[in-house]
Design a protein around this ligand. Sequence first.
Ligand SMILES: C[S@@+](CC[C@H](N)C(=O)[O-])C[C@H]1O[C@@H](n2cnc3c(N)ncnc32)[C@H](O)[C@@H]1O
Length: 486
Amino acid sequence: MTTLPAPLRRIMADGLFTDLKAMVIDTTGMAFYADKDEELARILHERLAETGVADCAAYLDMLTDGSTGAAEMDALVAELTIGETYFFRHKEQFDALREIVFNDVIERNRGVRRLRIWSAGCATGPEPYSLAIMLTRDFGMRIAGWDISIVGTDINSKFLARAREGRYDDWAFRSVPDDIRRDCFDKNGKHWIIKSEFRRFVTFQHHNLIKNKFPSILDDLTNFDVIICRNVIIYFSKETIQGLIPSFRESLTEGGWLVMGHAEPNAELFRDFRAINTAGAVLYQKSEAREARPTIGAPAPAAQGKAQAAVPPIPFDAPLSFLPKKNGRGREAPPRPAAPVVPANPPAVAGQGGGSGAERVRELADGGSWEEALRACDDLLVGNALDARTHFYRSLILEQIGDAKESEKAVRRAIYLDRRLVLPHYHLGVFLWRRDDAQAAARSFRNALTLLDGVSEDHVVSDGDEITAGQVREAIETYLKLIGAA
Ligand SMILES: C[S@@+](CC[C@H](N)C(=O)[O-])C[C@H]1O[C@@H](n2cnc3c(N)ncnc32)[C@H](O)[C@@H]1O
């Protein structure tokens, strides 16, 4: 057993050591230090030596002094915090961000052409820069000209200074494919410096999750589409975490996503979110519905009773947006056309008109003017109440507006009026699946598949954008697998 050096023993025996410990935990949230006396004593010993202060009492005075306190607390925090980080840390989470989160928010924000992301507890910056690299490389075409902001915040000013520098050694790339390092960084001696095109969205600012309230308009920490806070709250107490989660939720836009580290999900604490479990990642979506979904790879709910669940949420208005690109240029999908998708003309059926009225509806929907688009649909129905296509448009628009009940009625009406349209069956399937009515969802998906029987992969099933029979089949197969009905 090693004996502690005398100066450390002296600090730990100091009557005010406990007060200092309480102050550290209160300021940083790092309850981690509650049972780490030796580690804390070591850090305090270094600070005492550095500042020339004699004991805990004098150091406490220094920390509470109006002129020296803030700077010394900053120096102490720089020693207390643990900044372990690297690029694309925990690949499964980045896969989930790419396939689910970014596809969803980019699709939903195409009207406003804006994306706001917060990396809370970003350390020296690899996390926000990884997000910028992924957005640029995998979604570049879809977000060209958008107002993108990725803000990295941390309590440790030294980490932030290094993050702004954007200079990293090999170790920071330990789980990064060589091509990313080569394409996104410039070599400088033993270091790699992030290229300007991958840092242009990224800013850094000091922020203490415990002491600086959020959401905050003043700090511009509000209205985020995505908040990522990984490997930060693991050092905090349960009570502290309980206090932070509602603040994260309030800092998100409706439908926004909170991504925590893979080791920290605690379903109970996140019950106000919709939880999506994917392989190696749990995502939390701010949603009024606050429902839990079934888990990918888990037995179908029917076989598992009240099984937990998860799936790629496919935006109702963009049913295929999650599909990986297969255009020979990597995974990036072609830019998705704006909602709503037009019902399919199955091969056996001629186009059903729609004309300029339908185009107007599309235009309004594309611009995010949902109420107007709905009125335009209603106007169209006055002239032709039996037009299945218009009812389907209406269903998609109602979904956007948040009227799920009317939306479902409208999609059913579209199917009733013309059973040969593929996409209404598909959308009804998504609808029912979301409601956990797996059997009925599988039926709807199969109806759509039957209509596609014998149709070539490339056949375009939607006349307003380029959704092909192959894509619809692929999407349906994914759902059927999730349901356990493939
Ligand atoms: C282990 S790093 C995680 C870095 C990055 N998120 C990742 O997963 O790769 C934890 C970071 O949380 C920061 N941190 C700790 N307490 C904090 C607080 N109260 N407010 C803001 N950041 C804090 C630390 O300074 C450190 O940089």
